[in-house]
Design a protein. Sequence first.
Length: 121
Amino acid sequence: MSDSMPGPGTAAGTAPGATPVDVAEDPSAGTPDGEGAAPAAAPAPEPAAPAPLGIGRTPTGNAEVDARLERLADADHLPADGHIEVYEDVHRGLRDALTALDARPAPAPVPAPTPSYDNRS
């Protein structure tokens, strides 16, 4: 065989007669006596405490919508996994408010016709 092609039973990149290293082996294992082992990973930092975003809310002029938007402030003091409940509640309320705007008002009652006395025969 040539120098560029490994012979039968030889792993690529390994000299003939050398023991191939298993790539899937744990590199932190080090030597059998424990020397050369990689240092243990540092523990993950704790997540930051919930904090308000400080975003101002501009009044819309619609009391129902303004109340729903103020409800968003409740999420400021909750951890991230508690935000979904607040967001769903606000979304439901805003959707209901928009649906109410789309509802056509009932037609005004038509007054009874008044008899006309101007038509004399």
